[in-house]
Design a protein around this ligand. Sequence first.
Ligand SMILES: [Mn+2]
Length: 306
Amino acid sequence: MRPDGDCIGAQTALTAVLEALGKEVWIINPDPIQPQLDFLAQETTFRVYEGGALPVHDVSVMLDFCELERTGPLKAPLVASSSKKLVIDHHLFHGQPWWDAAYVDARAAATGLLVHRIARELGVELSTRAAQGIYTSIVTDTGWFKYSNTDAETFRVASELVARGVEPARMFGSIYQRNSREQPLGVARALSRLRYAADGRIAMIDLPQAGAGEVDLPDGDDVLDLLRAVGRVEVVLFLRELKDGKVKLSARSKSEFDVNRLARGFGGGGHAKASGATLAGPLDGVRERLLAAAEAQLGELESEAR
Ligand SMILES: [Mn+2]
């Protein structure tokens, strides 16, 4: 559900690798890809699941997630299919394995890097399309080489991809410089909801659905970056009310604060420094419960440090 740049990039790259090996590949997501990633769809077909049985297939590969629930409406047909289930992912997983095989490395900066390792092991040379996919995975999951997951492998692989024809400035333009003229107004509306807690160490935004004349903000990345830039802020909590009344949480950490643990307490998860969850509304109730949990966890962290 709601596949991000790493997920779509890894799908693009793995498809190119498998097709180079003569395999027939279908990419099926429950949701359409975000418009800023449409350049990847020029040479790769992304299908949106519209119900019914899946095409007959031998293996289904789940990329960039390991919670079966994240397949949304695809869960039932996937479970009903006798295909082998393979997971390739870099998220922390705490449940019971439900797959036939998994390649999981929670230290990898992006799932696209795992696809890169697989291609290398298989001896498949990366096409420009595959290289663009992996580059998209890397830059979107590392915040363009800024976050703490950025490591030597990230730069080594990025360097190789550029040598293979990826143009960083073009990729940046495609992914980050095609916002609508209304988008800054959506950011402004979100920022008008900013409040600080825990002596300024928690920054929180709770964004209701856009009303008449208001501008929606489809993702919180720009706002999350602005709040993380505040010197004193350690934890950023961005709550956005979805059309179905549920509330989407994006949580980010700049310190030892483990937002994966926080998000797990609300049925979500992810990484220690970047996590998310989808919660039942209403927004007001979620905000107070979340803030209380974040403050309590921050207090625990402090008493540990003492
Ligand atoms: Mn990822």
